[in-house]
Design a protein. Structure first.
Length: 414
């Protein structure tokens, strides 16, 4: 049970849930990692340990428990800084997830900087969380929301970017670093270079990239960067927004309340320093602490190895899937440009029916529009099925998945 890059047997032992039997007493084959990943025992124990031994609010009291909890919470910030290679830890804000990070930018930065007639430019392969906040903003401001199109290979049509930039009205370009449906890896460097030539700010939705490949923010010269802990072995309810200090300092707070203030008087308040200005109220202490263990786990494996393992598994799965008559695969076949996400349709079987049938064999995949209805319209389908991989998945599991697809095909006589 091994790809050429990592020892999966050792890894699988750290994930108690993978020992579970699901429907019909079948071993669980978990291929819904783009939605959320499973958690290793190290993450579970870390949260457990916090509640057992040093549960306390942070940044407030001087007693020992508060000191320990504050230190553990702030240690995660240092680890995130190292993981994505940023110099200023105060530029990292803990939020609930990618969705909240994007809403924070749209609310706090967008309302100050986007005016009537301006353009916010996104793409046709965004998750709803990188569309709806911009719809809210542009409607309120009488600005325009525009889209970079997707070609038949599932890649962005970058000529359209330049056409929009040439209008001189674009205030922000925002895109997913990796599509959660097609797996396409966006040519972020090129987009950022073009945008910065014209002084346009760039937000990168890294929900699907940071968990699966090495991302270095010293090299990726964007302005805002967002991702979620739960898609990279960490707990739910924790995400990260990174933005440049100069931008954050000029932004209004998102939420008002405790911890984000320096002084509050009857009619006036001054703000706390970064990053606390954007972390109002008691944060998700336990899960931020748990996220540390997830970062350690991935660092120990090495992100280059994570990526290599997924390439090997995806290649293997794509080859096998192509032998199934009637299958339609979406996205580019070029593994340099894609991650471990495979969207497909099998004949005219509805994706929900397909997912239900293969669930009988213990295989968990996602079916539906994947919160990407704009992309579904572009692909001219109402839904797809989607298998997505992570470090604990094996070629043997891909074989189970392929057998199950063939069983569905026979059942539907296609
Ligand atoms: N952006 C992308 C590219 C995503 O894939 C997701 C979640 C989000 C943003 C939102 O992240 P959240 O942590 O705030 O929810 N994607 C998926 C998915 O593909 N299936 O379930 C959630």
């Amino acid at each position: 049970m091994q790809t050429s890059t990592i020892n999966i047997e050792n890894i699988r032992r750290d994930f108690p849930i993978l020992q579970r039997k699901v429907r019909n007493n079948k071993p669980l084959v978990y291929f819904d990692n783009a939605a959320t990943t499973q958690k290793p025992i190290q993450v579970i124990n870390s949260i457990h340990n916090y509640y057992l031994n040093y549960n306390s609010n942070i940044h407030r009291a001087v007693h020992q428990l508060a000191e320990e909890a504050t230190a553990a919470y702030e240690l995660t910030r240092d680890k995130v800084a190292k993981f994505i290679n940023i110099k200023n830890r105060e530029e990292l804000i803990f939020v609930r997830g990618t969705t909240e990070a994007i809403n924070l930018v749209s609310y706090s930065w967008g309302r100050q900087n986007v005016q009537k007639g301006d353009i916010v430019l996104t793409t046709e392969y965004e998750h709803h969380s990188n569309i709806v906040p911009w719809q809210l903003l542009t409607k309120e401001k009488e600005a325009k929301l525009e889209y970079i199109g997707v070609d038949d290979n599932g890649e962005l049509i970058l000529d359209q970017l330049n056409a929009y930039l040439d209008t001189g009205r674009v205030k922000l370009v925002t895109f997913s670093h990796m599509s959660n449906v097609l797996g396409t890896i966006t040519n972020a460097d090129e987009i950022i270079k073009q945008c910065h030539k014209k002084g346009v700010k760039v937000l990168v939705d890294a929900a699907q990239s940071v968990p699966h490949m090495k991302v270095d923010l010293q090299k990726l010269d964007c302005d805002f960067f967002a991702f979620s802990a739960h898609k990279m072995l960490g707990p739910t309810g924790v995400g990260v927004l990174w933005a440049r200090k100069a931008i954050l300092e000029n932004m209004q707070p998102f939420n008002g309340g405790g911890d984000m203030i320096r002084e509050v008087h009857k009619y006036e308040t001054t703000w706390n320093d970064l990053p606390y200005k954007f972390e109002a109220g008691t944060p998700n202490i336990a899960d931020v602490i748990g996220f540390s263990a997830a970062l350690d786990y991935l660092e120990n494996i090495g992100m280059d190895k994570v990526r290599e393992h997924e390439i090997e598994l995806t290649k293997y799965a794509l080859e096998k899937m192509l032998t199934i008559k009637g299958i339609k695969l979406y996205g580019t076949p070029d593994m340099k440009k894609r991650g471990g996400v495979i969207s497909f349709n099998l004949g005219d079987i509805h994706p929900h029916d397909l997912a239900t049938i293969i669930d009988e064999d213990g295989v968990a995949i996602r079916s539906g529009h994947h919160c990407a209805q704009v992309l579904m319209e572009r692909l001219d389908v109402s839904a797809t099925s989607r298998a997505s991989f992570y470090i604990y998945n094996t070629k043997e599991e891909v074989d189970v998945f392929i057998r199950s697809l063939n069983r569905a095909k026979e059942l539907f006589r296609i």
